[in-house]
Design a protein. Structure first.
Length: 375
């Protein structure tokens, strides 16, 4: 049996401009998460650590981040744990790659960096393991990162790393290093350690197991759960076992509040702060039709309420409900005026039970005709 720690998309050096003055704190937290996963690997006595691309957020890095990587790999070395790493899309192996500028393997004897074009492999005879990897040579590519993968040694276990997008219809761009379920299965690996997606995800849970580990800490606000790494056990016989281990501190959510159901600003503030916590990154979207007296200011709400969160953003996409609309107000805009006149006529003549729906339709239609996003 062997155990490995699989991570990817650490994104050391990510800037988090959307987090404003909290960006620096999250940049620090990324480093803490990286240290945490190294401590976890040591505490769990794993046999090897795999980093499936995007250790760095960009090929230009402050020296401190290079030093941190070297320091952490050295910690793994003292625990006799080898590390295998491939360049991903953010730290791709192009002409300005960080892996050309810094001699990581020279500084870290326990590190295997897969840099030759095509498949590289490294055998670990004492573990009965061969690890395969291929560097991403640019940020985008139409090539599959799994193309041509097949076992090349007599090892008991074969594990490969790849960085790209799993082919889920409608959820990938064609030049995003796309690979397919068929390519996963025909690789004949015991496990595929994937990188590129920031949340853990099993592309395949039978036959050849293939997982995204996700990022160890929140990188983008669309991550639904805190950061994690995977602890993977390859048993002497039978299927691999994958355990998700949380390593992240911050978490994100997105709250849509329909202002048609909100009567007052204090009620709105209460809804925004419900479930607040100092490590939560919350995105609030205000939508629907609001009463005229309700005039929320996103800037004011953010300023007043953000102390309860790690970060709060409020996006107002609501539209005022206009109580009484004279057609003449829109006389210079023929389509609007015609729409209002027709809808008012319809509201008068339609059955009582439909009047409210028709009135809402008037408000929504009016907002849409004026280019507002209300739904
Ligand atoms: Mn990537």
């Amino acid at each position: 049996m062997i155990r490995l720690l699989h991570t990817a998309d650490v994104h050391l050096g990510a800037r988090f401009l959307s987090l404003g003055d909290k960006g620096a704190a999250q940049r620090q937290q990324i480093k803490a998460a990286f240290k945490n996963l190294v401590s976890l690997a040591i505490a769990e006595h794993v046999d090897i650590v795999l980093i499936a691309g995007d250790l760095f957020d960009a090929n230009q890095q402050p020296q401190a981040n290079v030093d941190l990587a070297v320091e952490q790999f050295a910690l793994l070395a003292t625990a006799n744990i080898p590390v295998c790493l491939i360049p991903g899309t953010h730290d791709c192996f192009d002409s300005s790659s960080i892996y050309r500028k810094v001699d990581f393997p020279g500084k870290c004897p326990n590190l295997t960096l897969f840099l030759d074009p095509g498949w590289n492999h490294r055998e670990f005879p004492t573990l009965g393991l061969t690890v395969y990897g291929k560097p991403n040579l640019s940020n985008r590519s139409y090539n599959s990162p799994l193309e041509g993968l097949t076992p090349l040694t007599q090892s008991r276990y074969h594990v490969a790393m790849a960085h790209g997008s799993f082919n889920i219809p409608g959820q990938f761009a064609e030049d995003d290093y796309v690979f397919t379920a068929d390519q996963i299965q025909s690789s004949r690996m015991h496990y595929l350690a994937l990188g590129h997606w920031h949340s853990p995800y099993a592309c395949s849970d039978k036959g050849v197991l293939a997982w995204y580990s996700g990022s160890p800490e929140v990188i983008a606000t669309d991550q639904k759960q805190p950061g994690s790494v995977l602890l993977v056990t390859l048993p002497d016989s039978g299927a691999a076992q994958v355990e998700i281990k949380e390593t992240g501190l911050r978490h994100c959510d997105r709250l849509e509040i329909d202002l048609s159901d909100v009567d007052s600003l204090s009620q709105l503030r209460q809804q925004i702060t419900e479930g607040a916590d100092p490590n939560l990154i919350r995105q609030v979207v205000l939508k629907g039709l609001r009463d005229q007296h309700l005039r929320p200011s996103p800037e004011e709400l953010e300023a007043d309420l953000s102390d309860a969160f790690f970060h709060l953003s409020v996006d107002d996409r609501s539209h005022p409900r206009v109580a009484d609309l004279p057609e003449t107000a829109y006389a210079e805009r023929v389509i609007l005026a015609r729409f209002v006149a027709l809808m008012k006529q319809h509201i008068e003549t339609c059955p009582a039970g439909e009047k409210e729906i028709a009135a809402d339709a008037l408000q929504y239609g009016l907002a849409l005709l004026q280019g507002e996003e209300v739904v």
